[in-house]
Design a protein around this ligand. Structure first.
Ligand code: SF4
Ligand code: SF4
Length: 393
């Protein structure tokens, strides 16, 4: 591993230390969610996973840089046979450790042994509150019962538990049933996170995006449940996230590029956010550079730090310190130029793309889901399936 990273700029913009280290330990996953945020060509990287020792080395370097939270994600992290060892190493280094899992492949024994290794927290994702929609979205008929059983085990073993429901037009009308299921499973936190349109979700936008009416209704019902549950003394926290397709200003993506998040992909590529691999930027790899030089000196991490890269209208906008011009991936996907204003912003000249997606959501999609699976991923990599919403600089 070399100490210095190629392309060191003379005056890198100022930034703090990474707070969150997200270890995407594998892209392998038995499920096929059409909103998966993994890159569409993920199958090209399946034989290039970092070894156990390489991961532990990354964790050590991350702690030295100041990271305190370590998330194990994927793909499905459970498929890594060394996950227990990785969790133990992370805990020993003093991280707060979090496992983000679909629950598939999890067992009572694994839940217990992860606990022994010091795992602090588990997040289990569901596709829906009922088996048929869960099977439709995940591409697996067995997943729902497995998730239910594992969520119960997670609680039985004393972990704080987050249940994550990605909501979309197929499940959002049953938000009451979703919340009731979460109450029944004794979740501590519930993320009702409306699908964000990156990765595979971009090509399934019409199949997934709810209408404004669906969203408004779901938010109202969630608020009613919040009041009811609080009145009953139930400590469950319901977190409702709207898709930015229904906002007029973009989110402050990742709290600013290269400010607090650091993602390492299965093959060791370091990214300022888990979607950034799609950008026409060369990102450094932990097998070639130290994490310190990647974070502080690499072109990839310095690319969108500060404000000097901004074009109009962001460059002279008095809101730029609030939202940093929005999401660079979304700007790239929808305009072909990652330096542009995120089209979610109503000041963007490309905002009409967001408005037409809202209009399209009022109609029924005529095409089936494009599932996230190995076969489709290989077709992307070989340019057999066109990347419908992406264009390059
Ligand atoms: S979103 Fe679905 S397909 Fe993608 S990694 Fe998670 S469980 Fe697997
Ligand atoms: S113009 Fe740019 S900085 Fe201003 S609100 Fe829109 S996205 Fe934010």
């Amino acid at each position: 591993m070399s100490g210095a990273c190629q392309g060191k700029p003379n005056n890198p913009p100022t930034h703090g230390q990474p707070f969150w280290l997200l270890a995407e330990v594998t892209y392998r996953c038995p499920l096929q969610c059409p909103y998966c945020s993994n890159p569409k060509d993920f199958a090209s990287y399946n034989n290039q996973e970092l070894t156990t020792q390489q991961w532990i080395d990354v964790f050590e370097q991350g702690r030295k840089l100041g990271a305190v939270q370590l998330g194990f994600s994927g793909g499905e992290p459970i498929v890594r046979q060394d996950l227990n060892e990785l969790i133990g190493a992370g805990r020993e280094l003093g991280y707060y450790t979090n496992l983000i899992t679909s629950g598939v492949g999890l067992t009572e024994e694994k839940i217990k042994s992860f606990k022994k290794s010091g795992l602090d927290h588990i997040q289990v994702s569901f596709q829906a509150s009922d088996e048929s929609v869960n099977s439709l979205i995940s591409g697996s008929k067995k997943a729902f019962q497995q998730k239910l059983a594992m969520a119960k085990e997670v609680k039985a073993n004393g972990y704080p538990m987050v249940l994550n429901f990605v909501t979309h037009r197929h499940n959002i009308d049953r938000i009451d049933k979703i919340i009731e299921l979460c109450v029944e499973l004794k979740a501590d936190y519930v993320e009702l996170a409306t699908c964000q349109y990156y990765g595979w979700a971009v090509d399934n936008l019409h199949q997934l995006l709810p209408t404004q009416e669906q969203l408004a209704r779901a938010e109202r019902i969630t608020n009613e449940y919040r009041e009811k549950l609080a009145a009953e003394g139930n400590p469950i926290k319901l977190i409702f996230v709207t898709p930015d397709y229904y906002e007029e200003r973009p989110k402050a993506c990742m709290n600013g590029w290269g400010q607090i998040f650091l993602t390492v992909t299965p093959d060791g590529t370091a990214l300022p956010c888990h979607s950034a691999r799609m950008l026409p930027i060369e990102f450094p790899n932990v097998t070639e550079h130290s994490l310190e030089s990647i974070w502080n000196q690499s072109q990839g991490f310095n690319h969108f730090r500060g404000y000097s890269w901004m074009k109009e209208p962001c460059a002279s906008c008095d809101e730029k310190e609030k939202d940093f011009g929005g999401c660079r991936c979304q700007a790239f996907m929808l305009t072909g130029d990652a330096n542009n204003t995120d089209p979610v912003c109503s000041k963007s000249e490309h905002h009409d793309k967001i408005l037409s997606a809202r209009e399209q959501a009022k109609t029924d999609p005529q095409t089936p889901f494009l599932y996230r699976n190995e076969k489709n991923s290989r077709q992307y990599a070989d340019n057999i399936i066109a990347t419908s919403n992406e264009s390059s600089n």
